[in-house]
Design a protein around this ligand. Sequence first.
Ligand code: AMP
Ligand code: MG
Length: 390
Amino acid sequence: MITFQEALNHTTKEIPELDTELIHLRDSYGRVLAQNVYSDINMPPFNKAAVDGFACRRVDLEEPLEVIETIAAGKVSQRTVAEGKCAKIMTGAMLPKGADCVVMVEQTELLADGRVKILNLKTKNNIAYKAEDIKTGELVLQSNTLIAPQHQAVMAAVGATKIIVYRKARVAVFSTGDELVEPEQQPEQGKIRNSNGIQLVNQASRMGCEVRYGGIIPDTAEDSERMIREAYHWSDVILLSGGISMGEFDFIPAVLQKLQFDIKFRTISVQPGKPTVFGRSGDKFVMALPGNPISSFNIFELLAKPMIYRLMGYAYTAKRFEFPLAVDYKRKRSVRLAFIPAILNENGVNPVGYHGSAHINALSAANVLFEIPVGTTEMLKGEKVHVRFI
Ligand code: AMP
Ligand code: MG
């Protein structure tokens, strides 16, 4: 049995990045940049008004000013603001020649003769200066950035419409177990519905993977081998759930070895989630997760997600925060690092009623997992615990 940190080292070190492809900016949400992005323009490209108001010369502010024109956003003024003059100007419009400040419309008064009186003689300049945000040629986004809408906004501004990103990881998902039926079926006696299948498919999908669901593998060595072999050719990562404990029908580890996977670990000191198999064969990876739905969910988040993101070029590390426990918490044994579903609210961290790792509605009510370190059986209300959002 290895520690959680050792397992994480296996799933995050020496993971090769996938190939890259050229895509359009509009398809880039959730993808990972495989190039730096530089600006092809200055931002702003010209001195522009930061407010609606009057473009003036600061030396002239004491006397009422004659308004020579109105400059709308997107228009270029051909005139010069000379002594005693000003131009009405809209936010975002290019500053006219001669002007060195823009007085907010709220700080002016329109006189009966059509001139404008400036009420705030100490006005700020209210100008967004050329290139103050971004200079032509400047690096605006670094390679290996996971692209969110705000990154797309930057790329749109600098005209980066064709970009190179890492290809999506191809992930095959299987459930294992003769007791499983698919969710649309009514389980006969002794059977349960497959809940890990859809959970894993969408844990991978929401990371931007290309996912294929391969169905339920019956508990036989032959079926396991045949179905995993089929998925092997297409996928970068095979995710399985169940079939890896010490039961008589837990065939998966032996099958993976037969398929030439180099098994990096088989048990980890994590609760829940002790039986977890991680293997590698060349550039292909397999992770067999515990069958229990909470264990399966947790181990995907804790170990599979960082691994798959690295394949896709993104150095994901889970963010952990400290919050106080809202109640006392006890557990019987302390040999494993525990990740317990909890609800984080204004009172702190509230562990959800949780009978064991099969208790899925406990997980669906939770918004965080909190950690109980190895060696700790009891934590008191108010004590700080590490949480990660799920
Ligand atoms: P196993 O690791 O195959 O021994 O499974 C451990 C437990 O998780 C058993 O109670 C299984 O019935 C349950 N289980 C396994 N796979 C699934 C699944 N896909 N959906 C829901 N429960 C499962
Ligand atoms: Mg099973």
